[in-house]
Design a protein around this ligand. Structure first.
Ligand SMILES: Cc1cc2nc3c(=O)[nH]c(=O)nc-3n(C[C@H](O)[C@H](O)[C@H](O)COP(=O)(O)O)c2cc1C
Length: 607
């Protein structure tokens, strides 16, 4: 019988092997995990446990669901190139975020109205997060007052997510409570100043908040209570509009739900106008569609906590957030729940990272389902990820333990995945480790140059490359002066619009050595121009053909381009040979007059 490889001692096991052992040992005794270890089965089983309304709210997405799907497609498109025999028994998954060291780069995203799934949802989620030492971002639309969740979490790390209300004193009150209850940061969600178009909920006529579910941060707030009291008084004085409600079974159910969710005794609540007034007040003021960057900037003077902005997808918005003093960015499309047809969060990440530089904390959420997804997000520039729906499904299946198991499974898989990319620490070493490969577009060094802070590091190398007259002989016929390279050419390499399409520039490395770059530049819809430039010492070894062939494959298979074309000078025999070798067909030769002493270029095209 063949022997299994020797298991390392428990001290070296790491979260991956520890979790596997736990599951397999229990399996020997005949039990199976309550929470499935893959997302598809987790989702399927959770749906069976949840009411149709809860399922619609949690799993639902905006419009036709294309953004939610794009999130997953983006993760699937990026592939890992594992490295072998790193010779390390354990890995350090810990990262430092906003001054606190976390055991793994994983947070629990803010999820409102989780009480639809289970009562006491937020305290259960908080306790599970604290058990794992992972930060829980408490939702402004939570189902327990933040003080209760804080008590359930003891010293576990927590942040508070804020929806900016139209009532400014309420904003101040929520900020003060967050600070007093031990939140370490505030996350302001920018993408939901209005609720997205969500057909799953709309088709059921179901909004949790109108049932009183998800408004506990408000009903427990002194400023909010004041506004509600004013509303009730105005109504009593006859100034608050008509109170006519048709008595139907649905209306009675809603009244019961609202009264049950409201703080205090159910019987008293059923007779009181306050719970209903609280729901109406919430719907009126919970979010401010008129919020501006200038208003957001007032946060700096209103809390001593660092603040992050959530829902950023465009690099200019990220830059703006930095300008107004944000301490971090959450790249997110709200799990595809707000704008249908939006860019996948993962696809937006590289450009955001480029815009904010290497040091600002960037968290990515939307579509993260596995440990392998976490590796990809970190390799593309995130410092950590936030998880949404998966832990809610764990909650549906097994309450607090279910939340813990879902997250522990993701961290376990992350640990095992990290064993292959051959990096003991991260995130920086994961990035550099991936940069060193020379064998595949996505997920390795052949990624768009804007994809990671490496671009900045490469400026000198790029200037040197363009400064070599031999390299430029068949391009401009002259060495490019350093200033021109820096001012004119380098900025063109980091066009976020190109990155977002899956096109742009890729750096090529051989071992640790930079050998040049390749690019696919969009020239029309479904069409891109192939280009490359290699250092002299990389010539004649098949590197251009190898890289260009992979890029062509990437362009057709991943980006789904219809046509890729390239142009080279007629006398550039080496390049013509490369283009022929990778399958481009010579289309035509044209004569061009220009300032350079070079012979006329020829162009080769292939569709
Ligand atoms: C049921 C549900 C409720 C949510 N509530 C909030 C919320 O109150 N505040 C917020 O900023 N984001 C909210 N989000 C968005 C999440 O914070 C996060 O961006 C998203 O779930 C990540 O995508 P994923 O579910 O694919 O992991 C909610 C998401 C879900 C699924």
């Amino acid at each position: 019988m063949q022997e299994e490889p020797q298991a390392p001692g428990p001290a070296h096991a790491g979260p991956g092997r520890t979790r596997q052992s736990l599951v397999y040992r229990a399996g020997v005794l005949g039990s199976r995990p309550t929470v499935p270890t893959d997302f598809a089965e987790l989702e399927r089983r959770a749906q069976a446990e949840m009411s149709p309304r809860a399922w619609a709210y949690v799993a639902g997405a905006a419009g036709e669901g294309t953004t939610a799907r794009a999130n997953r497609v983006a993760f699937e498109r990026h592939r890992i190139v594992p490295r072998m025999l790193p010779g390390r028994v354990s890995r350090d998954l810990s990262v430092e975020l906003l001054g606190r060291r976390l055991p793994a780069p994983v947070l629990l995203a803010p999820v409102g109205a989780a009480g639809l799934v289970r009562r006491d949802s937020d305290t259960a989620i908080g306790a599970a997060a604290a058990e794992l030492g992972l930060p829980y971002i408490l939702s402004n639309q939570g189902c327990s007052p933040m003080e209760d969740v804080a008590a359930a979490m003891a010293s576990g790390p927590r942040w508070f997510q804020l929806y900016w209300s139209t009532d400014e004193p309420l904003v101040d009150s929520l900020l003060a409570r967050a600070e007093a209850s031990g939140a370490e940061a505030v996350v302001v969600t920018l993408d939901t100043t209005m609720l997205g178009w969500r057909p799953q909920d709309l088709n059921l006529g179901s909004l949790p908040f109108s049932q009183g579910i998800g408004i506990a941060q408000y009903t427990s707030d002194p400023r909010f209570q004041e506004i509600v009291a004013e509303r009730v008084a105005a109504k009593a004085a006859g100034n608050g509009g008509s109170d006519d409600v048709k008595v139907t079974l649905g209306a009675l159910r809603s009244l019961l739900s609202i009264s049950r969710e409201h703080p205090g005794d159910l019987r008293t609540n059923l007779r009181s106008p306050v719970p209903r007034a609280a729901v109406e007040t919430f719907l009126d003021i919970y979010s401010n569609p008129g919020l501006t960057w200038d208003r957001l900037a007032t946060l700096r003077d209103r809390t001593s906590l660092p603040f992050l902005v959530k829902g950023v997808l465009h690099p200019d918005d990220a830059a703006r957030a930095v300008e107004i003093g944000a301490s971090g960015i959450v790249v997110s499309n709200h799990g595809g729940r707000q704008v249908d047809g939006a860019i996948a969060s993962l696809d937006a990440l590289p450009a955001v990272r480029s815009a904010v530089g290497p040091d600002l904390p960037v968290v990515l959420d939307s579509g993260v389902r596995t440990g392998s997804d976490v590796v990809k997000a970190l390799a593309l520039g995130a410092d950590a990820v936030a998880i949404g729906r998966p832990y809610v499904y764990g909650l549906a299946l097994a309450g607090r333990d279910g939340v813990r198991d879902v997250l522990a499974n993701i961290v376990a898989e992350l640990d095992l995945t990290m064993a292959c990319p051959a990096s003991a620490r991260w995130p920086s070493s994961v990035r550099s480790c991936w940069r060193r490969h020379r064998d595949g577009p996505a997920g390795s060094d052949h990624r768009p140059a804007g994809a990671a802070p490496a671009v900045g590091d490469e400026s000198d190398l790029l200037v040197e490359l363009d400064g070599d007259p031999a390299v430029m002989a068949h391009l401009t016929g002259r060495a490019t002066p350093a200033e021109e390279a820096i001012e004119v050419w380098l900025p063109q390499r980091t066009d976020p619009a190109h990155d977002a399409l899956g096109l742009g520039y890729w750096s090529a490395y051989e071992g640790d050595e930079f050998v040049g770059w390749l690019c696919l530049t969009p020239t029309a819809d479904g069409e891109a121009e192939l280009g490359y430039r290699l250092r002299q010492r990389a010539w004649g070894r098949g590197l251009a053909s190898e890289g260009a062939a992979r890029l062509v494959q990437h362009g057709f298979e991943t980006v789904r381009l219809q046509r890729i074309w390239a142009e080279t000078m007629a006398v550039n025999a080496r390049s013509r040979a490369v283009l022929e070798r990778i399958g481009l067909r010579h289309a035509r030769t044209r004569c061009a007059s220009g300032p350079t002493p070079c012979p006329a270029p020829s162009s080769a095209r292939w569709s």
